[in-house]
Design a protein around this ligand. Structure first.
Ligand code: ADP
Ligand code: MG
Length: 729
């Protein structure tokens, strides 16, 4: 039996599984059950130690080494009570996945007895063998030492996997030479940098706060398909996307999936991973069907970005693992299916004070909105100046399939502000000259117009890669499988730089030490105006999907970098090195460049090998069999009706089919030789060969294979078809 049909039979017999624990407990009951949270710490630790951890959590104090043993014992006891047997430093190396190495708590008690032990030293620092993690030339294999260190800003948790539990300690990762080998250290540093920059603004504007941090809420899109079908698709297994597959006769054109009712099996799955997420303290809130068939979204309530990035990685892992329990498969790839919407991870980003003021929501500080104007202006300036870097931050071989595709933002970075904000900024730009307009007018402009801006009356632009949504910016170009740490670090870094540039100029206008809001406004408006003018080209309210925008963007000299490998250059440009001062060194940025480039080629090389493999092993045999059947049928018919007496259409069909197959055979051979040749080139040349030449050839081969798929006898085609993968659950 064709394995496809067997899989369909299995799927038809599946029932949706019930989710334990949904009936009896509310989200607030289970929330944070697997987190070593404030409540637990307060109960288990002496007051001064608890206070020390709280300060470390908000970044104002280091964990005192003399407290480490007591904290470790409390953590161990708490974790063992939940069933944990092992502990692990959990960190984010430069692979875009998280890493963990489990050690059990065991130690010798006597020469033939063991006990459970966990020391302060083990809590504070670990030393995994770092030699196999990418370092982008920062470290050679023989200098393998890499250290992990507990990062108390992110909560310690217990992870359930298999039948066991592990105490996980969120950690940073660095080399013996002190080089940064992870994505977390730069984020923490960038948060500090934007804190310092914004505190300058807040102090001057008279807004009470001790500190500022960035906030993040990730809207995570994903596909869910049946596992039996996925297992029959080597491309989905190995690359996360279908490298071949003809369109389903029905796709997303009816738009009936968007916000449609969620199928039972999928809903049970959602409920299941939501429970696990809530236990880990991940505040999942929103779930719905997305535009493409089998596509969905989950969004948590936003958090401090350093916690939100960890939570997003954990959530993705939960979604992958729990899908298997439901005989489903969660596809987090940004473009699993050609011709349908890809998946994004819209990063909603804002800045908040420790006192809870959202600095991008002017309604939260009635009568005081100058800081908001400075901040928005700095953001526009930063995005304009570093558009190529932000493109690089969301760059990957896989996101290139999505950007500029169905309902995805283009590769051109621009900012959408909404009608009201545009008007406010235009007013400042036009009337901003202090000579022509009275101080009163401008002051009023800041105070009267801006508070009118509310979340509800900012319109939306779903086509923009970076959109203001009334109280936050939505970075929509980030893709579904991404680790959001780097895009967030970039945003913080470049915006901090622009705030500092503006504040230097504003400060130089303020002669007196003590200043009033009025004086500050007077000094700030010309600076705001100047920076708005510089960044004018980055503001775009129209349709980002249109061809006209591409032309207009080129007139405005905005970078339009469709291939990520070209964007990665920006990681090591002089402007990036400057903006990253205190976050990553020139050498460390260069290492990110090398890793990005290397990964880009690896991904495309794997995809190319998979399509060639599929062609020879699955497509060719099925197509040849079909060809033979056609030929035999023609010849047998001719035996009956006589040679040359008809069958013209059948013969033409066979001829065309044979021609397509022949073209595909030639192309596959060509592709394989280009692929092996590319591998011999140095890094950049290799990425160029894959990104410019090999991808095009692969797509040509795909088009031929997809044509064959629509013609071959259905019972001969071994690979699950789009219509089955997308609609059978
Ligand atoms: P949309 O209507 O854009 O689909 P969603 O409700 O799906 O919106 O997601 C919006 C996301 O933005 C949520 O994760 C939400 O918590 C987050 N968000 C709201 N306010 C802020 C903020 N101040 N900072 C960061 N993220 C925020
Ligand atoms: Mg949403």
């Amino acid at each position: 039996m064709n394995p496809r049909f067997k899989a369909i039979e299995i799927i038809s017999a599946r029932k949706s599984s019930t989710v334990e624990g949904t009936k009896n407990s509310s989200p607030s009951d289970i929330f944070g059950k697997h987190v070593f949270n404030r409540k637990v710490m307060q109960q288990m630790l002496p007051r001064e130690i608890y206070k020390n951890i709280l300060n470390a959590m908000n970044g104002s104090e280091k964990i005192k080494p003399e407290y480490a043993d007591t904290i470790a014992v409390a953590m161990k006891e708490w974790a063992i009570k939940l069933g944990a047997t092992h502990y692990s430093h959990w960190f984010q190396p430069l692979t875009s996945a998280s890493a963990e190495k489990h050690d059990s708590f065991i130690d010798w008690k006597t020469s033939d007895e063991i006990l459970e032990k966990f020391s302060g030293k083990q809590l504070l620092q670990g030393e995994p063998d770092a030699s196999s993690f990418p370092s982008g030339g920062l470290r050679s294999t023989y200098e393998a030492r890499g250290y992990t260190g507990w990062d108390p800003t992110s909560p310690v948790f217990v992870w359930q996997g298999g039948d066991g539990l592990t105490l996980c300690i969120p950690s940073i990762f660095f080399s013996w030479t002190g080089d940064v080998l992870d994505t977390k250290i730069p984020l923490l540093r960038s948060d500090k940098k934007i804190n310092d920059a914004l505190m300058r603004v807040l102090k001057a504007a008279g807004i009470q706060a001790e500190s500022v941090y960035s906030t993040l809420g990730c809207e995570q899109e994903y596909f869910v398909i049946d596992r039996a079908l996925k297992n029959l698709r080597p491309d989905l297994l190995l690359t996360g996307r279908t490298v071949i597959g003809a369109d389903s006769p029905k796709g997303q054109e009816l738009q009936d999936h968007y916000f449609g009712s969620v199928k039972d099996r999928v809903l049970s799955y959602m409920q299941d991973f939501e429970i696990a997420a809530l236990q880990l303290g991940i505040p999942v809130k929103t779930r719905h069907n997305e535009v493409a068939p089998a596509q969905h979204e989950v969004a948590p309530v936003f958090e401090k970005s350093s916690t939100a990035v960890d939570h997003n990685i954990l959530l993705m892992e939960l979604m992958r693992q729990i899908a298997a329990k439901h005989q489903l498969s969660c596809l987090l790839h940004e473009k699993p299916f050609q011709g349908l919407n890809g998946s994004g991870k819209h990063c909603n980003w804002s800045l908040s004070t420790d006192t809870g003021i959202n600095l991008l929501d002017p309604t939260e500080t009635p009568g005081k909105s100058l800081h908001f104007l400075i901040l928005v202006t700095a953001i526009l300036h930063a995005v304009h100046k570093h558009a190529a870097l932000l493109r690089a931050a969301v760059g990957s071989a896989s996101n290139d399939y999505r950007l500029g595709g169905h309902e995805a933002p283009p590769a051109i970075i621009s900012v959408y502000l909404g009608h009201e904000m545009e008007q406010i900024l235009e007013n400042i730009e036009k009337k901003g000259s202090y000579n022509k307009t009275s101080a009163k007018d401008l002051y009023d402009l800041g105070l009267l117009v801006i508070p009118d801006l509310t979340k509800d009356n900012t319109d939306r632009n779903r086509t923009s890669p970076f959109a203001f949504t009334g109280n936050k910016f939505e970075f929509r170009a980030v893709c579904s499988s991404a680790n959001t740490t780097f895009p967030m670090t970039d945003l913080n870094a470049v915006v901090a730089e622009s705030i500092n540039l503006m504040m230097d100029e504003i400060d130089s206008q303020l002669t007196a030490k003590k200043t009033s809001l009025e004086k500050l406004t007077k000094a700030a408006i010309p600076v705001i105006r100047k920076y708005l003018k510089i960044s004018r080209p980055i503001r775009f309210s129209g349709d980002n999907y249109s061809e006209e925008w591409k032309k207009e963007a080129s007139k405005r000299s905005l970078p339009n970098i469709s291939k990520s490998y070209k964007a990665f250059e920006a990681l090591k440009s002089a402007t990036t090195v400057e903006a990253f001062q205190g976050i990553l060194t020139k050498q460390e940025l260069n290492s990110r460049y090398e890793i990005a480039l290397e990964t880009y080629s690896h991904v495309l090389n794997i995809e190319t090998k998979v399509i060639i493999d599929l062609f020879y092993n699955q497509v060719m045999p099925a197509a040849s069999k079909h060809q033979l059947n056609l030929a035999e049928s023609i010849s047998e018919c001719e035996d009956v009706i006589g040679k040359g007496k008809g069958l013209k259409a059948q013969k033409l069909m066979l001829k065309n089919f044979t021609q397509t197959l022949e073209e595909a055979i030639e192309l596959a051979a060509d592709l394989e030789s280009k692929r092996t040749k590319a591998l011999q080139s140095p890094l950049l040349k290799q990425a160029q060969a894959f990104g410019d030449q090999i991808i095009d050839l692969s797509e040509k081969l795909r088009a031929l294979i997809d044509r064959l798929e629509t013609q071959v006898d259905d019972s001969l085609w071994p690979l699950p078809k789009y219509r089955e993968i997308l609609f059978l659950i």
